[in-house]
Every structure is written in C-alpha cells, then in structure tokens.
Design a protein around this ligand. Structure first.
Ligand SMILES: NC(=O)c1ccc[n+]([C@@H]2O[C@H](COP(=O)([O-])OP(=O)(O)OC[C@H]3O[C@@H](n4cnc5c(N)ncnc54)[C@H](O)[C@@H]3O)[C@@H](O)[C@H]2O)c1
Length: 267
C-alpha cells in the first residue's frame, strides 16, 4: 500500500498514478479535497484493480496525521511506501521583509509535515517488517537560492532523510529523497507567464535543454521504492536535467567553451 502526502496534485499526483498503475492500493493525503477525491475516483478500480482513497489531512497537524494513519491502515492495510510530497512553494523573498507568519507556516507544512508523516507511517512500516520512504527534496537541498523559508527547509529535509535512513535501516525501512530541479507543471508555466520565473535564466543553468515533468520524478521515486534499489538508502537522487553539473560551470569567469569559440570566431 502506498501513501502519498500532497497526492492530489503535481509530483504527488504523478506518484499516486504510478503506484496505482503498478498495482498498489493508494492513500492520497491532501488538503485539496476536490482534486484528491477526483483523483482517487479516477484511480480506484482502474488498471490492475488497485484501490485508491482520498484522506483529508493537514500534514502540519501531528495528531491529525496520526489519526489518518490509523484510518488508512484499517482501510487499506499496512504502508509499504510513503512519499512525502505535501508542500508549499514560495516566490523569491527578502529575509528582512518576509512575512514571519508565512515563513513559520511553510516550515510547519514542508519540514514538520514530513517529520509527522515519517513518524506515523514509519512506525507502521517497522511493525509490518519493512517499507520504503521517499521524501521530496529539491535543488534547494543543494545550494542557496533566495527562498528563505523553503530553501533551508529543503536542506533540513535532506539531513532528516539521512537520519531516518540510519535509524530505520535495521527495521528494513529504506529512506531516500529525490531532488528535482524546476518541474514543468501548470503552476510553473503560470509563474513563467506572470513573470515570477524567467525561463531563459532557468534553461541557461541546465545541461539538458528540457526540464523534468512530474512523471519523470515519479519514475525516480518508483525506482527508489523498487527491489532494484534494495541496497540504496539515505541518498538524495537529483532529477535535475544536469543542473547540479552545470550551475557553477556556467558562471566560470573564463566563459564556457562554446561562448569562447563563438567570440574567438571558432565553430
Ligand atoms: N514543482 C517543482 O518545480 C518542484 C521542484 C523541486 C521540488 N519540488 C517539491 O516537490 C513537492 C511537490 O511539489 P509540486 O510541484 O507537486 O507542488 P503542488 O503545489 O502541485 O502540490 C503540492 C500538494 O501538496 C498539498 N498540500 C499543501 N499543503 C498541504 C498540507 N498542509 N497538508 C497536506 N497537503 C498539502 C497541495 O494541496 C498540493 O496538492 C514539494 O515538496 C516541492 O517542494 C517541486
């Protein structure tokens, strides 16, 4: 049985679709009941006859997550997979000017929410004899970006993933993270269209000329949960179109080879 927090939309939705297609019963935990119920309805009884249910759950509320975990186990069985995709995604902010209440709420959802889900479902995996957890990091887990609540939260999640991997390994629970770059979702497209993200700047720091879509991230998550990854735990797997390889390379003061070739008249 696969539990997906933030499963109503985006990367979580793609993960829910992938695990359902692979035959897992799927529990979609989210605060967007309209989207969550619609997705569960579409997946329930679909390919392979997998079951899917929506559960209204604010991951920031530890007691609420525990109550939902109890219900999910009763209705769908013990969790074999947990994907923690519930999160808030901000725009650029100054630390001096940011709204502190919004800052604190983002930590409560993105970081504390992951802790809550990992505790409630991780304990049940231990009782069941094993499982696989995938947290959702980001390129923000790797370098400073001007998102003062989100960026350090993603660094903290990367470390939490390692701590959980170290603690739960002896219980046969593997814990890994994926670190996507900008994922081409309708929401990102809207941010590009409204000028909140600069597509040219974005593409200028990736090795590949295409960004991941949600299904690419779901494929990486499914791999980490598969038997093929049975000895992989505590890793942060970039799904980043070569952002990690390129982002500092592109800023080298001597220029990059193709620019030098162009300015010196070469090919
Ligand atoms: N989209 C990207 O470009 C990108 C890049 C790197 C990492 N990520 C990470 O991937 C994950 C998913 O992002 P996404 O793009 O799919 O976002 P999204 O906004 O499309 O989906 C997030 C889901 O989480 C739900 N959610 C929000 N607050 C919640 C709460 N308190 N309790 C339960 N559910 C809640 C939302 O309702 C939504 O369904 C996040 O951790 C995000 O940081 C996204």
């Amino acid at each position: 049985m696969a539990v997906i927090t933030g499963g109503a939309r985006g990367i979580g939705e793609a993960a829910a679709r992938r695990f359902a297609a692979d035959g897992h019963p799927v529990a979609i935990l989210d605060v967007n009941a309209a989207l969550g119920n619609a997705l569960a309805g579409a997946l329930d009884g679909g390919a392979g006859g997998a079951r899917a249910r929506y559960y209204d759950c604010d991951v920031a509320d530890a007691a609420g997550v525990e109550a939902v975990a109890e219900r999910v186990q009763r209705e769908l069985g013990a969790p074999a997979v947990l994907v923690t995709s519930a999160a808030m995604i901000p725009n650029t902010e100054s630390i001096m000017d940011m709204d502190l209440a919004a800052h604190d709420r983002m930590w409560r959802v993105n970081y504390f929410g992951t802790v809550h889900a990992c505790r409630s479902f991780g304990r049940r995996m231990i009782d069941a004899g094993g499982g696989s957890i995938v947290t959702i990091g980001s390129i923000n887990s790797l370098l400073p970006l001007p998102l003062p609540a989100y960026n350090p939260g993603k660094v903290a999640l990367a470390r939490l993933t390692q701590l959980l991997a170290a603690e739960l390994g002896r219980h046969h629970v593997r814990v890994n993270s994926v670190a996507p770059t900008y994922v081409m979702t309708p929401e990102l497209q809207a941010r590009i269209d409204s000028g909140q993200r600069d597509l040219g700047k974005m593409m200028g720091v990736h090795a590949l000329d295409t960004l991941p879509i949600t299904a690419d991230v779901a494929d990486a998550i499914a791999f980490l949960c598969s038997p093929q990854a049975r000895t992989i735990t505590g890793v942060l797997l970039p799904v980043d179109s070569g952002w990690g390889a390129s982002v500092s390379y592109m800023t080298y003061s001597g220029g990059v080879p193709w620019d030098r070739a162009r300015t010196s008249g070469g090919a």
